[in-house]
Design a protein around this ligand. Structure first.
Ligand code: ADP
Ligand code: MG
Ligand code: ZN
Length: 479
């Protein structure tokens, strides 16, 4: 038996922090990175008698996410208490949603491993509060609790077990991330923990019942999720082959060691003793409320893609690459509009900019320069101020220290020489130094022209206008 005999089954529970200004049940700020315990109040620190009040923006953002992922929105919903003890949870319960989530039964479309379109079903999306954070102190043996994150709003997006490989899981998560960014409900910064996933993996033989799953909690990078899945697949197949029965377990993925460790045997819903939170009223949404959000939903990637192909004439491949990230797509639209050359902007984004991002393992969100600056670069090339070769150097500068490309080329002295008398001077000097090339050219060796142009480029450190050089050399050689 080998890996091919098993089918892999994966389901993701994705947590996204919502980018509301304030927390879900109080008016403390949700800002990331503030000093410990400065964004707290009696409500989010669970003082006795403090009463929560639901932030309406949280409902709005969750409904947006539901609509953008083809869910039906529940008009009758509520908050429930999920009871468990952990030092980062001062109330000893998390306010979440149990049997009446805001959004149900949606899907997102991804490509499967053969490149075919596939719908990944979403079981539900519910709202809940984030817990605080434990900082393990290096200097003493204790742990410090920071409650700034306690009460930051989350949506949990639970998929059906529809994913069949680590690649599909990766594409699903990237698709979700891009949708949430397009509709502006989460910044999805994995490095800040605002997007993280619980990953459920099982294996079984096709045609038999689903296998028992292992759940890996809170993994917060795309790479780690792929590695964790691959590790689990191998280890579960190993166990199955050796006759070991896989137990339902919650695991911890250790990215440094590259393996998972059992954390606890899986708890069931009944262990949490869910019950409706008596401090909060039911959530009732009118048709009008839902329709209003639907009508004002920002344009989604699929629709942008169609527009790029039909109105701008991009290939499907280019359009796909551009809409894969909201930042890319926004830069494309803004820069294209300014310089009125969408095709060149698309080329920069899909070739050189993508290459630099890949090399630096950066996300498009980390592009440091503005659309305006890319537009200026394109215009400088189009009007002959710089060559496209110099353009690439300007782009590298934009990544290092973003500023106006005009300034960059002035500072660096990279302006293309297009002055006729200056070009003529270079041409004459090069001809004088290379009499053999003149003879060669006259004898029908066209390559000699290329050589001369190359010499002139070398002499001007790549700054001479190549078209002008070509023309002038030809004129001189034909004399
Ligand atoms: P919880 O983990 O909170 O108990 P659920 O029982 O709803 O919640 O399941 C959570 C996730 O596990 C879902 O994303 C679902 O798709 C996935 N899942 C369920 N069964 C399997 C399975 N046999 N293999 C892999 N994933 C599964
Ligand atoms: Mg779970
Ligand atoms: Zn508070």
């Amino acid at each position: 038996m080998s890996r091919e005999d098993y089918e892999v089954v994966i389901g993701l529970e994705v947590h996204a922090e919502l980018s509301t200004r304030t927390k879900i049940f109080c008016s403390c700020s949700t800002e990331f990175g503030a000093n410990e315990n400065t964004h707290v109040c009696p409500i989010c620190t669970a003082m006795p008698g403090a009463l929560p009040k639901l932030n309406e923006k949280v409902v709005e953002y969750a409904v947006k996410a539901g609509l953008a992922t083809n869910c039906s929105i529940s008009q009758d919903s509520k908050n429930d208490r999920k009871n468990y003890f952990y030092p980062d949870l001062p109330k000893s319960y998390q306010i979440s949603q149990f049997d009446k989530p805001l959004c149900n039964h949606g899907y997102v479309e991804i490509e499967d491993d053969d490149g075919n379109k596939k719908k990944v079903r979403i079981l539900r999306i519910h709202i809940e509060e984030d817990a605080g954070k434990l900082n393990h102190d290096e200097y003493s043996s204790g742990s410090l609790v920071d409650l700034n994150r306690a009460g930051v709003p989350l949506i949990e997006i639970v998929s059906e077990p529809d994913l069949r490989s680590s690649g599909e899981a990766d594409r699903y998560l990237k698709k979700l991330k891009s949708i949430l960014q397009y509709i502006n409900v989460s910044d999805c910064k994995m490095e800040e923990g605002s997007l993280r996933a619980d990953v459920n993996v099982s294996i079984h033989k096709p045609g038999t019942e689903l296998g028992t799953r292992h759940e890996m909690k809170n993994i917060n990078s795309f790479k780690a999720i792929q590695r964790a899945i691959e590790y689990e697949i191998d280890s579960q197949i190993d166990d199955a082959e050796n006759g070991k029965v896989i137990q339902q377990e919650t695991m911890r993925w250790d990215d440094l060691e590259g393996r998972t460790f059992p954390m606890r045997s899986k708890e069931d819903a009944q262990d949490y003793r869910y019950f409706p939170d008596p401090d909060l009223v039911a959530i009732k949404l009118s048709d009008e409320y839902i329709n209003n959000i639907k009508e004002n939903l920002p344009e989604l990637p699929e629709s942008r893609k169609v527009r790029y192909m039909e109105e701008i004439g991009l290939s499907e491949k280019d359009a796909d690459a551009l809409v894969s990230s909201r930042r890319f797509s926004d830069i494309f639209e803004e820069a294209g509009k300014i310089c009125n050359d969408y095709k060149s902007v698309c080329n920069w984004l899909t070739s050189d900019i993508s290459r630099i991002l890949n090399e630096g393992e950066m996300d498009p969100e980390e592009i440091p320069f503005k659309a305006k600056e890319l537009a200026e670069l394109v215009s400088l090339i189009n009007d002959g101020t710089i060559s496209s070769k110099i353009g690439k150097k300007v782009l590298e500068e934009l990544f290092k220290e973003p500023r106006s490309p005009k300034k960059i080329i002035e500072e660096k002295g990279w302006v293309q020489i297009s002055d006729e008398s200056e070009i003529k001077e270079v041409v004459m000097t090069v001809l004088e130094a290379n009499p053999q090339s003149i003879v060669d050219f006259k004898a029908g060796k066209d390559r000699a022209l290329g050589f001369l142009v190359g010499q002139a480029m070398k002499a001007t450190k790549g700054k001479a206008n190549p078209q002008m050089l070509n023309k002038m050399f030809l004129e001189e050689l034909k004399k």
